[in-house]
Write a protein that binds this ligand. Sequence first.
Ligand SMILES: [Zn+2]
Ligand SMILES: [Zn+2]
Length: 252
Amino acid sequence: MRVSVLASGSKGNAIFVEMDGARVLIDAGVGVRRVGRALSSLSASLDSLDAIFITHEHSDHVAGLRTLLRHTDAPVYSRPGTLRAMAESGGDLPAERLFAIHDAVEVGPLRVSSFDIPHDAADPVGYEITGSCKCTVATDLGFVTDEVRTAMEGADVLVFEANHDLAMLRKGPYPWPLKQRILGNRGHLANDEAGRAIARLRKRPQKIVLAHLSETNNRPAIAEETVSQVLAESGVPALSLAVALQDEMVTA
Ligand SMILES: [Zn+2]
Ligand SMILES: [Zn+2]
C-alpha cells in the first residue's frame, strides 16, 4: 500500500491511495495539473484512477473536481447529502458520474467504507480503505466520536487531522466567531486532541500522517511535537509520524 497526501490544509486537499493494484483519490480540492503532476511522479496517471471519494462539499475538498472529471472516467462517490450540496452550490458536475455511498463500495479488490464525522457540512465522512492493508482518512472533525475511533482502529496508515495548536488559535488573528467555529463540535481537531485519540488506540498504526494543518494557527513542528508529547505522556512508544503539507506531497 502507498498513501500519498498530495495536498492538505484549508487551501486544498487530495489524498492518493494505491493498494492491491487499485487507485483511489480522496477529495479533489486542488487543481488538476497539480494532481496530474503528483500522480505521474508516482508512476500513476489521472486516467488510471479507479474511483474518487469526496469527504464533504467544502471548497478545499472539491474545488478541482469538475476539471478533474474531464481527465478521468473514474466514478465519484460521496454521501447523498454531499452530492446534493455540491449540486446546489453550482458545482456544475455531470450527474451521471456521481454515485451515492451509504455504507461501503467495492473498488476492484478494495472495500471503501464511509463513516460519519462531526463537521459543519451537509453529510461529512471519513473513509476506511481496506484490502491487504488498511488506510483510514479522518480530517475536518470537531471531535473524535466512537464511530471515528472504530474506523481508526486497526489502520496500518492513518491520515488524521491535527488542525491547530490551541494557544495559537486562541491568541491568533482570527475573529472570535471563526475561532468558535473551529473550536466547536463541528469544527476542527486540535493537535493535543489528535494525540489523545491516537494514544487511546488499541492497535497502533505503522504510519501516521498528521493532516489539514492550519497555516495560521499551527506549524508542522508544533503539531508533531504536541502529538509526540501526548503519546509519550500516555506511555505510548514512539510512532512513525509525518506531517502533510499544503504545497508539497508527503508519502507514507
Ligand atoms: Zn477542509
Ligand atoms: Zn471542511
